[in-house]
Structures are given as structure tokens and as C-alpha cells.
Design a protein around this ligand. Sequence first.
Ligand code: ADP
Ligand code: ZN
Length: 735
Amino acid sequence: MDSPNSTAADTRLTTRASILLPLPLAGTYDYLVPDGMILQAGDYVVVPLGTRERIGVVWGPGGDALPAARLKAIRDKCDAPPMPADLRAFIDWVAAYTIQPPGAVLRMAMRVPAALTPPTPVTAYRASHNLPARMTAARQRVLDVVQATEAPLTAAEIARKAQVSNAVVRGLADSGALTRVTRPRHAPVPQPALDTETVTLSPDQQTAADSLRASIAEAAFSVTLLEGVTGSGKTEVYFDAIAETLRRGQQALILLPEIALTVQFLSRFEARFGCQPAAWHSELSPPRRQHIWRAVAEGEVRVLVGARSALFLPFAELGLIVVDEEHDPAFKQEEGVIYHARDMAVVRASLGEFPIVLASATPSLETRVNVESGRYRTISLSRRHGGAQLPTIEAVDMRAAALPADRWLSPRLVTAMRDSLARGEQVLLFLNRRGYAPLTLCRACGHRLACPQCSAWLVEHRFQGRVQCHHCGFETAKPESCPACGEEDRLVPCGPGVERLAEEVALLLPDITPAILSGDNPRERGLSSVRDTIDAFGRGEIPLLIGTQIIAKGHHFPGLTLVGVVDADLGLAGGDLRAAERTYQLLHQVSGRAGRGNQAGHVILQSYMPEHPVMQALVSGDSEQFLTAETAARRARRLPPFGRLVALILSGPDLEQLRQFATTLARTAPHGDGISVLGPAPAPLALLRGRHRYRLLLMADRRQDIQQTIRHWLARHKVPNAVRLHIDVDPYSFL
Ligand code: ADP
Ligand code: ZN
């Protein structure tokens, strides 16, 4: 790659520029700078590429190896603030770390090309002193809307509010009853107010906030873990750090796992700062996306709350990142460029030379180790705010409960549910399984309904009358007869999903209508409807909620006092090196939803192995022993964070070709001092979307430059056209 590291923002490029295009190409391309065009590094430019035009970014001055006649000229320069130097450095860094072409990373930072053109003004309407010659009910509604609003609205905005067609608005303007004006396309972004001290921090919280303020005052790179039990006020404390950042004239970014971006969070922000923050997530409309992207680049947005992709926005003057729920696996992007948003956020802060705060009640083992080694600072809040008690946790031994095969709620849990509901308190049942039943079996021949394109069972979704693959989205009507033996009415569901659990609840508690929340799959249900249910539960409008892990994340449910974990052992199965850690984090987090209001909370864990260290840690409330043992085990086995892992996932339609290529790769794999490669082996998910999958796993000690090793290794091979190679540095999924 020939991209010079140009950090000087005003590097003038007079004759040739090297341009990075948002495409998976090997490096930058040189172009001629036309006479009179004044460029600086970071400028967005339109260049010819093949028969098309593309928008790229000036990455630095061009080289002089090629004669000018061989180069094409830049066509145009976009009217947008240049991409800041720290973002360009970040893109190069992420590309090198994830072993991806920089253009593939740039693409993530250029998802909204329309934002590179300044928004044009729009026609809007305000009231005039004239009345229309003819008045109708629709016209009256329009005039009412216009009179009630201060800023002029567009025809479409008025039409929506008055429930009329745009033509009614235009007709009124033509008749002189409305005056046409032009106004900027977007209303200005509301600015957070700094003087609304809505809460008084407790002494503990104040100490934490002071220490963050001190980090901010250093105006240098530092990482601080803000650890604190759920409900201890971590959010209030980092809000204070954000206010301090804003006072210093810098922008702040809060990264949340996507689903935590609820109305609840936005209203809390509003309570503190007097306005909603700008938000960045997958459900923004394209015009909103354009507006926010540009407002971030122009510095109009001061605080942005976003999902992981917000890390690639062109902040003009970013001065603080907060990663809330830093341990959450949702920060790992598993498709395209595979990266961990928490880790890359730390990199972005280091390149931008500003502080970053990682907040969690259950910090990841990686972060704990960084604290122990002194690389990260740490602040902890040990008590819930306002004297709220942490919930008590008990484990129910399911071996002793001896339930019938189609029952999952132990008598102990059912009694506790009845008691809580009778007191008017809310109950949450947690089961991390969507649908009705995870498996459908033919009692006649033993056939199991499986996805035709994946090595996975089909999950029954009874409300929809369908069976569905949770890996590829394949779905079909639930068959009446067994597709293998043809016997009718012999297909039976095995095991519970949230829908089936709702049936059991309805049977046991006929007076209660439970709600189900399981839409972690946006294909299944929009995020906004998920947020609605979460917010309704938070307001106490739903007595009993049955949910998958979607309900675990950071929500505040003041009326919730009982959490029942239906299958606490679920996450422990499988060969994932983080299975125990994650189960602990998830169950701790789910438990933390209980008793955040005035009443004490109680949690019941149903487990077939209540003696497991994870259950013991949860019940005793003392995680130290478990986490220390977990850390020691990782250290002994040289697993992350003590060693490094890189997964290579090969997939292709032809199993034989795939196996051959995987074997060829393995034969030349790097090995020796501190480095080894396991595999190839068929992936646990051996077939996905009709493609076979093989995995190789590279293990190395921390001294190794694994990126360089892998680049050299792969450079010796040509990946066959039908085969896809995914490189996953620091893998979290081992499927
Ligand atoms: P965490 O982020 O650690 O889970 P939160 O910041 O969400 O904790 O705080 C839990 C609840 O306590 C919230 O409703 C919050 O508004 C309230 N709270 C926390 N600190 C204070 C404070 N100093 N004054 C008033 N309310 C507070
Ligand atoms: Zn499938």
C-alpha cells in the first residue's frame, strides 16, 4: 500500500494526488490535479474509474512513477468538510489490523455519499394576512397548522400534519393565503444545554465524575473503565464527562449496543441536556442519515449516540468516546470488515489523542486484564443509587424439580411469580430462544426438520404457523406430515422457545396476558416495535414479559421485582472460549433488571448444574473467584487476551474444491516459535446459506506481528473464484 501518512491538514497537493476509493482495491490510485483546483488531504473528489465516476478521498500527494499521460484527472471536488486526519489514520489502522483493503474500511466511512453535496434550500410556507376566497375544512386545517407553528413548514410537512394532500397547501399559496419562503432543508440540530444540573451526584459518583473530568482536562489519550453495579449511576457519571467535553468545545460520542438505543435512553439524555441527542443506528431514514452525517462533519452535532458504525463518522472535533456495556458481544461486527467496535474505539481515541470511557457492570475479561496491567485506569461505583438493593439471587436445582417433559417452570418459580404479581409487581422471564420450539421431531421416523441450506434445525414460530432457520432466514409453512416418512400428525415440538413458554404461563396464570419480546432479528420484527414494548414494560403497562437477551441490555424497569431465568445453563454449551464469561455477564445483566425501583428484587436461576462456578458466582454475588479462575485458565492456555487468535473461514459451493484449497492453505501455514495453525476443520456450522464452510484457527503469542505473517502466508495463494475467505482477527464467534 502506498498511502503516505499525511497528517498535516493543509498539505497542498498541486499536481498529483493519491486517491482512496471506497472499494476493496489493493491501495490508492494516483490522479492528476486539474489547474486551479486547490486540494488538501481528506477532500472528497469525483474521479473517473473505468467507465464510471466514483467519489474518493484525497489520501496524500501522488507519486511520480507514472508518466502524466497515463493518469486521469480529478473531475470535481465535493463541497463538504475534508475527512479529518485522525479518521484517515483510523481507516488505515483498522485496515491493517483486520487485514482488509483500506478501501473496504473507507466504504464504512462513506455510507452516505449524498451527504457530500450541501443540502439545497426548500420552499416553505408561512401565513399571510389574506384569507382564501373559498374556505373548506381541509384548507382550514392547513391554516390552523401553519398558524400554530413558528418556523415555516414545507408543503409535505404541512400536508402530513393537516392530513391533506400537498395540492391543498399549494392551492392556498396560489390564492395568496399562504406566503412562499425558502428555508434551509433541515431544522437546526438542537444543542445540548450544559447548565441543567438535574441530579446531584452522590459522593461516590462525584468522586468518579471528578476523576473523569481530570482525564478530560489532560486532553490526552487515556482509557478508563467505569465499573459499577447495575443502577449505580454510571450513566449519570458519564453524562457529567460529556458535559465537560462539550464545555471544552469538543464533540462526544456514546456507543451503545444497538438495541439499547431506546426512547428510555434518549429521554434520560433529554432530561440531563434539555434536548434529544443525535442518534445513529440502522433504522434512520436516508434523509435523516444525510443530515446527521453532514452535521457531524460540520461540527453542528455536539453529542451523538450511536451503534458501532458511528465510529466511522467524520467528527470534526471528537474529544470523548463512551462505550457503554463495553462487554457486550453486539459490538463485534461479524460481516464485511470484521471488527470489534469497543477495541477500535480505543484505537480511535488513541489516534485522536483524547480519553475514552468503557462502562460496564461486568467488564470483559480483556478489559479487566488491561486494568490489572495498569494500561487502563479504573473507577468503580459499588452501590446502587438511592439505597436500592441489589437483587438476591437463588438457584433452583432442576434435577430435583422433576418436571414433566413439556413443562419448564419449576414450582418454586411459579410460586414466586404468583406472589409478585399479586403484589402488583412486574415479572420478567428470560429465555434466550426465539420462536415456539427449537426443534421439530417426527415421532414415526425420527426425522428432524432441518434447513436445506444450513446445518441447523428449523425453529417453529407458531404464531406465524411457520418454521424458520435462524441462520439464513429460510422459512416455510410448518408441514402437516413428515417430509421424510410422510406420516401425518407425528411431528412434535421439542424444547421451549419464548412462544411456548407463554403457553405454559397462560395455563398457570390464566388472568395474566404475557408479552413476548424476542425480535433480536430485525427481519422478524422492526427495532422500533421492540423499543415500544421495552418502553411499555418500563412504564409498568405489561405485568409479565417473556424475553430473549434483547431485554437484558441496560434498561431501567422500576416496577420489576422478579426475574426468572428459565434455562440458566443454555449459554454454557458449545466450544466457545468465552461461554462461561458471557453466561455470567448475560445472567448478571438480566438479574440487574430486578429491583431497580423501591422494592427489592429477586432472581431465580433454573439450572441443572447449580454447582457450576458461574451459578455460584451469581448466587454469592462474589464474582472475583470465578473471574480470577477464568483469567488463570486463559493465561495457562495462552488464550485471549494472553495469546492471539485469528480465524480464517473459507466457504464455497463445492465441498471438494473447498477442502482442497483449505488443505493447501494449511500445508503452507506459518508455524514455529510462538505460532501455530489448527485445522482445516469443517466449521460447526458446516453449511450456511448453501455454502460449505471450513475453518482454520491461527494461535500466536502476543509478540507476533500476526497481520504481517498472515499477509505473507495468503500472498502465496490464489483464492479460487468460487471460494470466499473471511479473516476474523480476535474472533468471538466460533461457528
Ligand atoms: P447504571 O448506568 O449504573 O445502570 P443509572 O445511571 O442508569 O445506573 O442509574 C440508575 C437510576 O438511578 C436511574 O434512574 C438514575 O436516573 C438514578 N440515579 C442515579 N444517580 C442519581 C443521582 N445522583 N440522583 C438522582 N437519580 C440518580
Ligand atoms: Zn438456513
